[in-house]
Write a protein that binds this ligand. Structure first.
Ligand SMILES: Cc1ncc(COP(=O)(O)O)c(C=O)c1O
Length: 386
């Protein structure tokens, strides 16, 4: 009856069954997997969604790439990041996940492949599979800092590879793509006729400056590239559903890509008129919306560093930004056993490294968004059991 694409094993895993049991019994959980900024006690200005009620939105005038005013507001945000682009290079989507789906449709036939970083965000395999595309991993390397090496990308290429995904900063490693890495990757992709998809949703959440970082692949280079962003992270508003693709690269590829993407967009017209009308006002409040999130993340990161003093059994991997931290813990038991016991015996929920496709054990991934007192209690319990 059903497609092979949706043939997932839907039986709940041990961790989710345990969690459900705990919650049903009313037992508290110190949840360090929460990455939804609207569920961690962060205050939002009460009137922030008022622009969604603009009466102008009562009129439906569909524009496949998005309303000019919204595209201009997104382009202005790239200018603010130091990468001025024409609004015509911006195409709106309802979410970054949808942007991936549209780009996979644009670039891949069934059975083609895209390269995705390892470790990284686990949704890629689902997004690719739903487009009948294979997600192949290329390994990021770690020597006290994370690196994207051209060798790792080249090794993962197959004749069916159509695009390389980079995530900057990456989730959960917090590593930014450096200019030299970007230059090499763009040159390789131009030579091999591959596109680059650059996920920059966390770009504004850097822990300090580093001139080696690339601001955005929207700046343009020798390869066709797509820079992704969205309100979900940049304004901490995942429920509002507005994201975008900025297209860059050699003009003939860029214009052809945009023309085809507009047909994809026209087929769905998924971005609501109210959110497009509200986009300039919402983006204008970005600093005010980002501040409490960035402060929360910084406070938890600081608390974590203080708790992991010298002699601690766990250490934090180097991070440059984002909303997560990665702890390396003794591999005296499997990650599976570790996270299960943390939940069962200590009421602490964390993600195991394998969830993000870490190539070896043992790592724990902690969201830096929860309230600092809860975060500190959870980290103390983790350290106590190590
Ligand atoms: C790296 C990365 N890209 C994209 C997304 C999805 O963003 P959106 O809510 O716009 O689909 C996430 C969500 O956590 C993410 O971590």
């Amino acid at each position: 009856m059903f497609s092979a694409r949706t043939g997932w094993d839907l039986t709940p895993n041990r961790l989710s069954s345990l969690l459900e049991g705990r919650r049903n019994r009313g037992e508290p959980v110190l949840d360090l997997t929460e990455t939804n900024p609207t569920r961690v006690g962060i205050e939002y200005p009460a009137d922030v969604l008022a622009p969604l009620a603009d009466p102008e939105a009562l009129r439906y005038d569909p524009a496949p790439g998005g309303l000019a005013s919204a595209r201009a507001a997104v382009a202005a945000d790239y200018t603010r990041r130091g990468v001025p682009i024409e609004p015509s290079r911006v195409l709106l989507t309802a979410s970054t996940s949808e942007a991936y789906a549209w780009l996979f449709k644009l670039l891949c036939d069934p059975g083609d492949a895209v390269l995705v970083p390892r470790p990284s965000y686990p949704l890629f395999s689902y997004l690719a599979r739903l487009e009948s595309v294979d997600a192949h991993a290329y390994a990021l390397s770690y020597d006290g800092q994370w690196h994207l090496t051209l060798n790792a990308v080249v090794e993962a290429l197959t004749p069916r590879t159509r695009a390389v995904v980079v995530v900057s900063p990456n989730n959960p490693t917090g590593s930014y793509l450096k200019r030299t890495e970007a230059d090499e990757l763009l040159a390789l992709c131009a030579e091999r006729g591959l596109a680059v998809i650059s996920d920059e949703v966390f770009a504004d959440y850097a822990f300090g400056d580093d001139p080696r970082r690339t601001a955005s692949l929207a700046a343009g280079g020798p390869a066709l590239a797509f820079s992704l962003g969205g309100l979900s992270k940049s304004c901490g508003l995942p429920q509002v559903k507005l994201a975008w693709i900025a297209v860059s690269g050699p003009e003939r590829w860029r214009t052809a890509a945009q023309a085809r993407l507009e047909v994809v967009a026209d087929t769905y017209l998924s971005v609501s008129t109210p959110v497009q009308r509200a986009a300039p006002a919402l983006l204008a409040r970005r600093p005010e919306l980002q501040r409490p999130i960035a402060e929360r993340v910084a406070a938890n990161l600081d608390g974590l560093r203080r708790r992991l003093g010298p002699g601690s059994p766990a250490s934090m991997l180097h991070t440059e930004g984002g909303w997560s931290a990665v702890l390396q813990v003794p591999a005296t038991q499997s990650e599976e056993e570790r996270v299960t016991r943390l939940l069962e015996e200590h009421g602490v929920l964390v993600h195991p490294g394998y969830f993000f496709d870490f190539p070896r054990e043992a790592f724990l991934v902690l969201s830096l968004l929860p309230p600092p007192d809860l975060f500190a209690r959870a980290v103390d319990r983790i350290i106590a059991v190590l």
